[in-house]
Design a protein around this ligand. Structure first.
Ligand code: GLC
Length: 611
């Protein structure tokens, strides 16, 4: 009978094994983390080292034109007379669930470009004060505004070909040339998604033939590479490549980004790329972050960025989208962006003939009038040194602060928490009339001109010595990014539908039936996580569980209150997906799951706070 090894010997052997396992585990974990973590520009050389030089003009420019033009422009936000109210009319194929074959057959004949005047577009942009443009060379539908020589683009059995320029023309090339003529920088928007190519990742809208072959992604990656090469080598200098878009399971190497970036920097050594080869609008890859239809509350620290925004709601032309922003609203978005250190890429959506809607032209002209007088407060400026001010925004250049005043303070004075000496103060509209500056305790008061006649916002220049020194931070201002859902704006429902409106000063005593629930329709402009805060009143002890849901995420909240009174509770976090941003409205739902007490809470409001 073999002797059993002594206990301490067994212990040592076990320890050796455990150590080995730990070492192997740590090694693989580290290796996995290194692989999983994308290096900037996929580690492709030539990008990081040239970034400052490549970004120079972009930081100076601050203002550009985005153009969405494609077959979707011919659908005009309708399919077979049905109106699709979703915000993104360029997604009509997806909203209506149309096969690419039918989509092409219906829209190609309608997309005539009969009134297309690229010189007029370019002049309009220039007169608005824009310094660059980005044009949809191809959008998610997979059709190209330029003449691609790729075999699939020239002819295929699904859509007959992707090139949609009238015979003998190249709408992309003509537009790019016209903008260059006006001295503007030019860029290509290029969709990584493709709803028609049989080997793409995104099968929606493709005609489904039985027994369809499995997509070969490598074929699609080659197609992307070849098309990007065409755009980068056939149209002279390309200042921006603006790709769109990625998701967690589809980013970077899924598109063959390494190969593309390796060659792109050789084809176009000065080009700027956005961050959408990778997932997330604020991800730090690439040269610029791309918040879409929203302005990040604190800008995007540590990176260059550009907000792209719309004048109405949709990027692509929509005949029924009349939700035009006013000049005032547009300017506030523009100045808020620039004052936080970002660029503003403002979209137009020409129609199927190439006409730009009058309202958009009108807004651009008004912005142009303002820019003529005040461009100095935009080009080459950097972010405001101050927190949000009640009267407007601020931009700066070395030795100068620009105050963009939208709302005149009642006493005609701007009080600025600034310690620096102000050498001179004047309005850009009238540089010779010097404004009176007085010293307050650690602040300055600037008397505004009495009868300002120019276009708002009025821009005041403060010439200062040295870097701005902010003496007092202005008091907390309310965060306008919060979404407040009042109880009296909710629909009270049960399984039979809407029960009755609630209107009782913000609380809802009519919500007493356990089968009832509350819904709010809301629009959200920014994907991401939202903290949920609820305010309610209790009159008697309450114990119960409620469920809150929004855009496929939900959580349960328990309330157990012994004492009556007004309460406020941080109850959970909801996530809003990128896809939900294109929806006309989202529904937030609040349901009762179980109730132990006899009475219900009286809800006052639910507040969503972006995280
Ligand atoms: C989005 C949309 C698209 C739009 C764009 C602008 O991701 O899919 O329709 O072109 O980005 O930012």
């Amino acid at each position: 009978m073999a002797l059993a090894p002594p206990r301490h010997f067994l212990f040592e052997i076990t320890m050796v094994y455990i150590k080995k396992i730990v070492v192997v585990f740590v090694f693989f974990t580290l290796a996995f983390c290194a692989l999983a973590q994308t290096q900037p520009y996929e580690g492709v050389p030539g990008w990081t080292s040239t970034k400052d030089r490549r970004m120079e003009w972009f930081k100076e420019a601050r203002f550009g034109m985005f153009i969405h033009w494609g077959l979707y422009s011919a659908a005009e936000g309708y399919w077979k007379n049905k109106k699709y109210t979703q915000h993104y009319a360029e997604w009509i194929q997806n909203w209506a669930g149309v096969s690419s074959t039918e989509y092409a057959a219906v829209l190609k004949p309608k997309f005539t470009a009969a009134k297309f005047k690229p010189r007029y577009w370019a002049k309009l942009a220039k007169e608005a004060g824009m310094r660059y443009m980005v044009l949809t060379a191809r959008h998610h539908e997979g059709f190209t505004l330029y003449n691609s020589k790729e075999p699939y683009a020239i002819n295929n059995s699904i859509t007959g070909g992707t090139n949609i320029s009238p015979k003998g023309r190249d709408l992309y090339g003509e537009t790019i040339a016209a903008f260059k003529d006006q001295g503007l920088k030019t860029g290509a928007y290029y969709s990584l998604l493709d709803w028609q190519h049989p080997d793409s990742y995104h099968t929606m809208g493709r005609s489904k033939s039985p027994g369809e072959v499995k997509p070969e992604h490598q074929v699609y990656k080659n197609y992307l590479y070849n098309q990007i090469r065409e755009l980068s080598t056939n149209y002279g200098k390309m200042d921006v490549l603006w790709v769109d878009f990625s998701a967690k399971n589809n980013e970077g190497e899924a598109w063959g980004t390494k190969r593309i970036l390796t060659d792109l920097i050789k084809w176009q050594p000065d080009v700027i790329i956005n961050n959408r080869f990778w997932d997330g609008l604020e991800n730090k890859n690439g040269d610029i972050g791309t918040p879409e239809k929203y302005i990040p509350s604190t800008g995007l620290p540590g990176m260059d960025w550009e907000v792209n925004h719309t004048i109405n709601e949709s990027y692509g032309y929509s005949a029924h989208d009349k939700n035009w922003k006013s000049y005032d609203k547009m300017m506030r978005l523009f100045l808020e962006t620039v004052s936080k250190g970002g660029n503003f890429l403002l979209n137009i959506g020409p129609d199927r003939e190439g006409s730009i809607p009058d309202t958009a032209v009108n807004i651009l002209r008004q912005i142009g009038e303002w820019m003529k007088v005040n461009k100095e407060a935009i080009y080459g400026t950097t972010a405001s040194p101050f927190q949000k001010m009640d009267w407007g925004f601020c931009t700066q250049k070395p030795g100068k602060l620009y105050l963009e005043v939208f709302d005149m303070p009642k006493d005609g004075q701007i009080k600025l928490p600034l310690s620096n000496r102000i050498n001179s103060a004047y309005a850009l509209k009238n540089r010779d009339a010097k404004l009176n500056v007085s010293n307050l305790d650690k602040a300055k008061a600037i008397s505004l001109p009495n009868h300002f006649k120019g276009k708002l916002p009025m821009v005041i220049v403060l010439e200062i010595t040295g870097k701005p020194e902010v003496s007092l931070q202005p008091g907390p201002t309310k965060n306008t990014n919060n979404i407040v859902l009042l109880a009296n704006q909710a629909e009270l429902r049960n399984e039979k539908g809407i029960k009755k409106g609630i209107n009782d000063g913000g609380v809802n005593p009519s919500w007493i039936d356990i089968n009832d629930y509350l819904t709010w329709d809301l629009k959200i402009q920014k994907p991401g996580k939202y903290k949920v805060l609820i305010q309610y009143r209790t009159k008697e002890p309450i114990e119960g569980t409620w469920g809150i849901s929004l855009d496929k995420t939900n959580f349960e909240m328990r309330i157990n209150e012994d004492t009556p009174g007004n309460k406020q509770k941080d109850v959970g976090v909801l996530t809003v997906s990128q896809n939900a941003i294109g929806m006309t409205s989202l529904t937030l739902e609040m349901k009762l799951i179980s109730l132990k007490s006899d009475s219900m809470i009286e809800l006052s409001n639910i507040t969503l706070i972006p995280l």
